[in-house]
Design a protein around this ligand. Structure first.
Ligand SMILES: [Zn+2]
Length: 340
């Protein structure tokens, strides 16, 4: 797989069996992982690590204690889901070690982003700078994860749909925080179109479907890393999620909650809402409040509070939420189209 342009991924291996005997190339290596992915991958690595660090939680104090206790090593092998990979990034960054990343699930994009997501209190912060070398995508390993969680990986590509419109709205209102680049918007929409064209493959989690998600993420990075921001793939759809997360104080499957955000905000934007929903249904993305365990009264309160919430956070960008009123009538009509 060749990706034109700059990404933080130095090299990539893709295919069934890509993880076999990988351990032989790593020198002394420390693994960051969780129970299930480690049990699956350990017999295939062909070498024994000097230590295995299991994810406890993502609080920065915990991570610093784990880093301080880790032995000397050449390489960090980050193996698992988002948290195992973030722990690996954090360790590689703090110690200045080579990072090899093996995602075992595609539900979050931690495996292609340079910074590690850590927690300070209730907020997630992104720290450090890492480049996997290589990023290893073993399709067989990834297919051991539940299909609906791998399909969740399209959430952060689908968000291009609403995020690009938000950026256009901001530019038109003279409120864009960054120089508006129509060529970036056009390229991002190309990535989304290519993803949407492979809905059946993604639904089936075939090699081609998994490749479509990984390739989509890498291509997004070729836009966002040089630009220094994620404006083309993050906007109002993510802000719905931020409000809900603070309101309900619990985690969500990222791609699912982003899907719910795309459902609501594409409607508010009057932006090809039916097309976005049809894609989510075709690909099998779960986005219904019933899937996410969100009650009607909580989602209603979130939407009523949304403009106040984004206005109160100076780190959030100008989006449709600033210019279209989320009236009780609009909310009522929007929620009537969802399942609780
Ligand atoms: Zn996201």
């Amino acid at each position: 797989m060749m990706i034109e342009g700059q990404t933080n991924v130095r090299s990539l291996r893709f295919g069934p069996g890509a993880v076999d005997r990988l351990g032989k190339e790593l020198g002394r290596f420390v693994v960051t992982t969780m129970d299930v992915p480690w049990r699956l991958a350990q017999p295939r690595l062909g070498a024994v690590p000097v230590a295995v660090l299991f994810v406890e939680n993502m609080e920065v104090e915990t991570l610093d204690r784990q880093v301080a206790g880790a032995p000397e090593a050449d390489t960090v092998l980050a193996l698992g889901g988002g948290q195992a990979i973030d722990l690996g990034k954090y360790l590689a960054w703090k110690r200045g070690l080579r990072l090899v990343t093996v995602p075992t699930i595609l539900s979050v994009d931690a495996f292609v982003t340079p910074a590690a997501g850590v927690r300070r209190g209730h907020r997630v912060e992104y720290v450090g700078q890492t480049s996997p070398d290589p990023l290893v995508i073993d399709c067989d390993l990834i297919r051991t994860a539940p299909a609906e969680l791998n399909i969740a990986g399209v959430g952060d590509l689908l968000s291009i749909h609403t995020a690009c419109r938000d950026w256009e709205l901001a530019a038109r209102a003279g409120r864009s925080e960054f120089p508006f680049r129509p060529e970036d918007v056009a390229r991002a929409r190309g990535i989304l179109a290519d993803t949407m064209a492979r809905a059946a493959e993604i639904r089936a989690c075939s090699d081609e479907g998994l490749r479509a998600i990984v390739e989509g993420y890498l291509r997004v990075n070729t836009i966002c890393l040089p630009a220094g921001h994620y404006r083309v793939e993050e906007g109002s759809e993510h802000y719905v999620f931020y409000e809900l997360e603070e309101r309900l104080r619990r985690p969500f499957i990222h791609g699912w909650i982003v899907g719910l955000g795309v459902h609501l905000m594409s409607r508010l934007q009057e932006n090809r809402h039916e097309e976005a929903v049809a894609f989510m249904d075709a690909v099998g993305l779960r986005y219904q409040p019933a899937d996410l365990g969100i009650r009607r009264e909580d989602l209603s309160a979130c939407l009523l509070n949304l403009r106040r919430y984004v206005s109160g956070r100076s780190d959030l960008w100008y989006t449709v939420i600033h210019e279209r009123d989320l009236t009780p009538e609009w909310i009522e009509a929007a929620l009537a189209t969802l399942k609780f």
